[in-house]
Design a protein. Structure first.
Length: 337
């Protein structure tokens, strides 16, 4: 036996005794959140734990911490289902990408079909009178300006500020009593409004004639579509469709390669093999202070990742109430994975 062994051997029981003392201090301690139970009573009897262990560790700040680990039950089946769900979502996303790549293909094919029909079965000339929003609006204005008794809506007439102003003066001065001192002013306002309406009506009628002439030209141009024009349309549609088919085929080949690489990466990625909920305390004499809590995941490649509780108080309440029954409940407290 060498000198190092002779020196260290007597110290080992003392170190273990110190660790056990720190663990006992935490276990027998009571937290302000619920002083009815000791820490041991609350933490060592949880239905979600497959097993629980206590230990003393040294953190990266060289502090000795009492660490509690609850090894959560049902992790294997949960993550098997989770991985299958994510894989199915991944495949569904691949399918959406492929559909998006082909979204313009069917409309292009339908245009080729329509162009062929137009070429083989020319449509008869359209004799129906064309209409437009502008013509409808102008006709409505003409009707409004042609009413025998001026309409109150002329006060909001948008086509001419003069009409709107004259209408407002007319209706503000409106009186029926011919003996009233205001009747003369009312009649004068009426004449001014009627003159303004007549002048505006002539302008609107001229605009109606112009719009009808324009629509007539459009209608005539449509009626002059020839077989040559239909053939040009078919040629353009066919060329576009063929180019689009080639582009889509290349895009689908590229997507297939990308999808295969992503799926291989996903299937080969490290998976979580076990998860523990961890709480760590500092012991200060007889006092204990919780300094960290969260989830710790052990992965298939040996990695260990930790994620702190989003709401430590809520997580402590869950422990004391023993009301967390599934791992999915814990994941709301710390977003592992």
């Amino acid at each position: 036996m060498n000198l190092r062994t002779i020196i260290l051997a007597p110290l080992l029981p003392l170190a273990l005794a110190g660790c056990n003392e720190a663990i006992d201090t935490v276990k027998n301690g009571r937290m302000k959140i619920n002083e009815q139970y000791t820490v041991n009573q609350a933490f060592s009897n949880r239905s979600i734990c497959d097993s629980a262990e206590w230990d003393v560790i040294t953190d990266d700040r060289n502090r000795e911490l009492v660490q509690y680990k609850c090894h959560i039950t049902g992790i294997e089946s949960y993550y098997a289902q989770e991985k299958q769900r994510i894989r199915e979502n991944l495949l569904s996303g691949f399918d959406l990408e492929k559909r998006a790549a082909q979204v313009h293909l069917e409309p292009a094919r339908m245009e080729v079909e329509a162009a062929e029909n137009a070429l083989n079965k020319p449509r008869p000339a359209n004799t129906a009178t064309l209409n437009s929003d502008r013509l409808t609006d102008l006709l409505a204005r003409e009707d409004l300006l042609s009413e025998n008794a001026p309409s109150r809506s002329l006060q909001n007439y948008s086509g001419s500020p003069e009409i709107a102003a004259a209408a407002q003066r007319y209706f503000l001065s409106y009186v029926r009593d011919t003996t009233s001192p205001q009747f003369a002013a009312h009649k004068q306002n009426e004449q001014e409004l009627l003159r303004a309406m007549a002048a505006e009506r002539e302008k609107v009628q001229a605009q109606i004639a112009e719009e009808r002439a324009r629509l007539s030209e459009v209608q005539n141009a449509r009626g002059q579509e020839s077989v040559a024009h239909a053939q040009q349309r078919l040629n353009r549609a066919t060329e576009l469709y063929e180019n689009l088919q080639n582009s889509v085929a290349a895009k689908l080949e590229e997507l297939d390669a990308q999808h295969a690489a992503k799926l291989k990466q996903f299937d080969g990625a490290a998976t979580i093999e076990s998860v523990a909920e961890v709480f760590e305390w500092v012991v200060k004499g007889e006092e204990i202070e919780l300094v960290w809590s969260g989830l710790e995941g052990t992965y298939s490649d040996g990695q260990i990742k930790r994620f702190g509780h989003i709401n430590r108080l809520s997580s402590l309440q869950d422990v004391y109430r023993n009301n967390v029954e599934t791992y999915s409940d814990l994941r709301q407290k710390a977003p592992l994975l």
